[in-house]
Design a protein around this ligand. Structure first.
Ligand SMILES: NC(=O)c1ccc[n+]([C@@H]2O[C@H](COP(=O)([O-])OP(=O)(O)OC[C@H]3O[C@@H](n4cnc5c(N)ncnc54)[C@H](O)[C@@H]3O)[C@@H](O)[C@H]2O)c1
Length: 390
């Protein structure tokens, strides 16, 4: 099979998992070059992962062996690096977000379209078995028409673990720009395009301890929003770096016939279950006269209707692994097979607009009406799983 040459710009924290996966798991992908602002970091990564070439960004972009460039720089550099990649005639696959501003993302999408290139951004976690399973269940009508949802990412802040966490509290950081993409990509993939967003923000700890220095955050650290999707579903989203503990679900979707408990959109798999509402609905529909005690007894007797449906992907420890790079592998395979990549420019652009919409709505106090749209691809079937590609 033809191999697609991938070049990586940005050899920091997240580069390790991409390099591990892309050099080991996909026989149609070959990482041919790495680059970083600090060329020594690229040299070290090349040595560790056995990559033939390392050096400057300009050198990597001029390399004819590179077809796809994986942009793993910090968010503030995404737009300019993505633009350089497209201008060099290469496909761009960027860590999230595609760009900080919607106008910048629109410009990138237009440039990509003009040049016949792909320009997309992570996350690719929605290509994992968990969200794929959820999508297959939703599309098969297992919970009926989606009516509501809740999506929540609440933690105490990334300075707890990241070796260089300053960028999380600068413009383009914060819980919405950093973690929102996982939840918004999963929601847009599962429910389709967003219609409007109304958001409120708060800052629990506006001054953060960044590597021993008190640093004021440039962005709010808690966002709560109400979202309406074009399909009619409405729900709440909370992204917070101010929360010490919580019992909120990560992602649940409520339909006319039941509820769907989805796995963490920031991971590639996890339990997916369904609450079948049909028995309860039967009881509710059968009520002919007020008789609360009888109804309560009947409802209680239903026990737990939560069930784990047949898994689309058979249980496999690899499905739980951090498989970052799956989107790059799919994009490579799309180039070979002459089909669109599952992670589309439309979806990445829609998510950037939504990220900005939370900020705009919180500042203006008004709901933001989305301009862009996206068309989610079909879930992968049992017969086709990127996991199996070696
Ligand atoms: N760290 C994580 O666990 C994690 C998880 C998921 C996604 N991400 C995303 O990955 C991206 C990178 O995060 P990170 O944690 O690896 O950051 P990092 O600061 O550890 O690494 C970024 C690297 O990019 C290089 N760089 C910055 N600007 C550059 C430019 N203009 N040209 C070339 N190189 C440049 C830096 O020198 C550095 O080596 C971010 O978009 C982040 O949101 C990170």
């Amino acid at each position: 099979m033809r191999k697609i040459g991938v070049g990586i710009i940005g050899c920091g924290t997240i580069a390790d998992v991409y390099l591990t996966n892309l050099t080991q798991h996909f026989e149609h992908v070959e990482v041919v070059a790495v680059a970083d602002l600090f060329e020594e970091k690229a040299r070290q990564a090349a040595e560790k992962y056995g990559i033939g070439k390392s050096g400057s960004v300009d050198g990597l972009l001029a390399d004819p062996a590179v077809e796809i460039v994986l942009n793993l720089t910090i968010p503030a550099a995404h737009y300019s690096v993505n633009k350089q990649i497209l201008e060099a005639g290469k496909h761009a696959y960027c860590e999230k977000p595609l760009a900080l501003k919607y106008e910048e993302a629109e410009e990138l999408a237009a440039l990509a379209s003009e040049k016949g290139l792909m320009c997309v951004s992570a996350p690719d976690t929605f290509l994992g078995a968990g969200i794929q399973q959820a999508k297959a269940l939703l599309d098969s009508g297992r919970i009926g028409k989606p009516i509501g949802f809740t999506a929540n990412m609440t933690c105490a802040g990334h300075e707890l673990w990241h070796p260089n966490p300053g960028f999380y509290y600068k413009n383009g950081g914060g819980p919405m720009f950093d973690m929102g993409p996982y939840y918004l990509t999963a929601l847009s993939y599962l429910l389709g395009p967003i219609r409007r967003i109304s958001c409120f923000t708060a800052s629990g700890r506006p001054v953060r301890n960044i590597l021993g220095t008190d640093t004021p955050s440039e962005v709010p650290t808690t966002y709560t929003a109400i979202m309406e999707f074009v399909c009619g579903a409405v729900g709440t989203v909370t992204m917070s770096f101010d929360t010490w503990d919580t019992s909120l679900p990560l992602l649940e979707i409520y339909g006319t016939e039941g509820s769907l408990y989805a796995p963490d959109p920031d991971s590639f798999n996890g339990p997916v279950s369904i609450y079948d509402g049909s028995k309860l609905k039967g009881i509710v529909d059968a009520v002919t006269e007020p008789h609360p005690a009888k109804i309560i007894a009947m409802v209680t007797n239903q026990g737990n209707c939560k069930e784990t449906p047949d898994m689309l992907f058979p249980e496999n420890p690899e499905h739980r692994a951090n498989m970052r790079g799956l989107g790059v592998a799919d994009m490579s395979r799309a180039l070979i097979d002459g089909r669109p990549a599952r992670l589309s420019t439309d979806l990445s652009l829609h998510v950037v607009e939504a990220l900005n919409a939370f900020e705009i709505s919180a500042k203006s106090g008004a709901a933001y009406e989305m301009k862009s749209s996206c068309s989610p691809t079909e879930p992968m079937g049992r017969d086709w799983a990127l996991w199996e590609i070696r």
